[in-house]
Design a protein around this ligand. Structure first.
Ligand SMILES: [Zn+2]
Length: 177
């Protein structure tokens, strides 16, 4: 159990395509434990191995409230996406920033667990967003490539959300769409 150093945007390792895991060795188990420690320490909901400098197709996710979480995904593969959601997204490799990203509202992923047993996971809302975001990391992609509008600091993002809420409330009062 250890907290590892999180690679940040600009580090070339984050742009590389990761290699599939062939076997879950004790080193891989240790890596997965460390990825959870590192993610929880940084208050993240998802973490991919390249973010700690390891080019392997491993993702961990914990969005909190759902029964099957936390989730370990080894060699994950996107099977299906549906719908659309637009919302703020951040990344442990882009500290202190967030931006608006359009993602599918639903995602279905096939992966292997730590016993190398195949399973399917379906997610909506935050889980769908996390699955898309983390799987992108394994192919060297970051959410910053998809951001619509500026990358914001947390204060700017909070201001924007407050403005949206007020606009929404005003629209509801006047009965407009
Ligand atoms: Zn990320």
């Amino acid at each position: 159990m250890a907290i590892r150093k999180i690679r940040e945007i600009g580090d070339p390792i984050l742009t590389k395509v990761c290699k599939p895991v062939k076997e879950v060795t004790p080193r891989i188990t240790e890596l997965i434990d460390d990825m959870f420690d590192t993610m929880y320490d940084a208050n993240g909901v998802g973490h991919a191995a390249p973010q700690v400098g390891i080019l392997k197709r491993i993702v961990v996710i914990d969005c909190g409230d759902e029964e099957e979480q936390p989730i370990v995904l080894i060699n994950p593969e996107m099977l299906e996406t549906r719908g659309e959601q637009c919302g703020l997204e951040g990344c442990l490799s882009v500290p202190g920033k967030s931006g608006e990203v359009r993602r599918p509202a639903y995602a279905k992923v096939k992966a292997y667990n730590e016993d190398m047993e195949e399973f399917i996971i379906e997610g909506e809302d935050l889980l769908a967003r996390a699955l898309c975001h983390e799987l992108d990391h394994l192919d060297g992609h970051m959410y910053t490539e998809l951001v619509e509008g500026p990358l914001m600091t947390s204060e700017e993002a909070a201001e924007l959300m407050e403005k949206r809420e007020m606009e929404k409330a005003a629209q509801e009062e006047t009965g407009e769409e």
